[in-house]
Design a protein around this ligand. Sequence first.
Ligand code: 5RP
Length: 216
Amino acid sequence: MDARDREKADAAARAVAEVRSGMLVGLGTGTTAAHVVRALGARVRDEGLRVRTVATSLRTERLAIEEGLDLLDFSALASVDIAIDGADEIDPQRRAIKGGGGALFREKVVAASAARMIAVVDSSKLVEKLGRFPLPIEVVPFATTFVRERVRALGVEPVLRPAFTTDQGNVVFDLPFGAIDDPPALAERLRAIPGVLEHGLFLDEIDEVIAGHEFS
Ligand code: 5RP
């Protein structure tokens, strides 16, 4: 484990310590979220913690099954008690860019449904201003060229993520905006483009940020 990974594991463990028996837990996607799934699996095995979970990707679903977690289908649910997920960038107002792993759509639905949403990150993800990380958008394939042109009109050249489709069978564009001055305005503009299923700006969903410490 390198230093950054130790920070991710620390953040994940501290967030998982917040989970109580009886909770329905939303599991994120990515390397930090994988630490969450493993830490939760360990608590279930070692402490007899009783939880049910939903996953934000097929990848996480597989890991949750390996960890022996009780997994439910989110399509039959309206809310979770707690969601724990990573992020690509977070600013001081707990606004984030997510979607580096391409799971932004399911991640946003689960985050929006959560009574409490904890973002777990290593310290490199904490930024003063969002935008250094290219903003992902999930796009329905039928609208690929149309959306590319509409996004170009916002002053950025979209980069189609090569050889990648989401769990919904859609494509992802990464948008290298650089510093984003007005995230809510940008979110509105992206949402207004037909064919954009979801964008990776999480502006209101995150209640708490746990940034990892490195312990040597
Ligand atoms: C996946 C995500 C991830 O949370 C984000 O990319 C961070 O990943 P990692 O924990 O591997 O650094 O949004 O869609």
